[in-house]
Design a protein around this ligand. Structure first.
Ligand SMILES: NC(=O)c1ccc[n+]([C@@H]2O[C@H](COP(=O)([O-])OP(=O)(O)OC[C@H]3O[C@@H](n4cnc5c(N)ncnc54)[C@H](OP(=O)(O)O)[C@@H]3O)[C@@H](O)[C@H]2O)c1
Length: 258
């Protein structure tokens, strides 16, 4: 079982729930986020469960700072599992329009480049050690893109593709790559917009499912199953039916993106 685990996005939501899920005696956790106060709360809860914790407030877009934290951490505690959970979402501010280009660019920067900055320094070390797990965060939106979040869905589809490609590439080196594709999870991200959110689950439940999937080294850890099956099957529907189905997921931004 993985003991030295680094998690980005650990200051909130799924990243925090995963940190607490993996915390325990013998675990060394590297926790990353931007908000120090919330990151400290996660760290305190993980330490209460017996984990050794090193945390740092770093923006995932800051490639040098990410590299420096990750290599320092790895030198002290060779990373068994690296989880790139940090991400942002966006719902189009004007219904019926695609997102503002600048904000879309920022979203791609965090979701895509941020994930690359998280895994790139560690992947070669894992391959050399012939051991390790790399975990990227997609979404069911990668398979069933909601109409009001085209950039978010595109960023998640890119991460699914990247994960599946590197999974095949790294297999010979004993490194396992997984992509987590949740449906709706009750986190600040999901609370930032209103829409139909069927089968929404708690972050704790989601973290347990992710852990089980990682124990089995699954390629795609997608849940809940009925929504995953619906998301995959709608891809094969005739366009008019698929479009009608996806229009049920119209969304409105409720809170500013933080
Ligand atoms: N919740 C859902 O329904 C759902 C569904 C499918 C997929 N996902 C994916 O699951 C992952 C976690 O989402 P969540 O629901 O837990 O969201 P969340 O509660 O909003 O947490 C997002 C985390 O990402 C971090 N983050 C955002 N921008 C960052 C940046 N530039 N640099 C460093 N850290 C940054 C945040 O850190 P700070 O707050 O400290 O800035 C926070 O810790 C995301 O990749 C998301 O796309 C979520």
């Amino acid at each position: 079982m993985a003991r030295n685990i680094v998690i980005s996005g650990a200051s909130s939501g799924l990243g925090r729930a995963l940190a607490i899920e993996f915390a325990g005696p013998g675990a060394t956790l590297g926790l990353l986020g931007r908000n120090s106060e919330r990151l400290d709360e996660t760290a305190a809860r993980a330490r209460e469960k017996g984990a050794v914790v090193r945390s740092a407030a770093v923006d995932v877009r800051d490639r040098d700072a990410m590299r420096s934290f990750l290599l320092d951490f790895d030198a002290a505690a060779p990373i068994d599992c690296i989880i790139a959970s940090a991400g942002v979402t966006m719902v189009t501010p004007v219904p019926g329009e695609v997102e503002d280009l600048t904000r879309a660019e920022e979203l791609f920067d965090v979701n895509l480049n941020g994930a690359m900055n998280t895994i790139a320094p560690i992947a070669p070390l894992m391959r050399r050690r012939r051991a390790g797990q790399i975990v990227l965060f997609g979404s069911l939106a990668a398979f069933a893109p909601p109409p009001d979040s085209p950039s978010y869905a595109a960023s998640k589809a890119a991460l699914v593709a990247f994960a599946l490609a590197t999974r095949a590439l790294y297999r010979a080196d004993g490194v396992s790559v997984s992509v987590v594709c949740p449906g709706f999870v009750d986190t600040p991200m999901a609370g930032s917009y209103s829409s139909w959110k069927p089968l929404m689950m708690s972050p704790e439940d989601a973290a347990r499912r992710i852990r089980r999937g990682l124990d089995r080294r699954k390629a795609i850890i997608a849940f809940p199953l009925p929504l995953y099956l619906a998301a995959r099957c709608q891809q094969w529907l005739p366009d008019s039916l698929r479009t009608a189905a996806m229009l049920r997921f119209r969304a409105v931004q409720r809170l500013p993106v933080r």
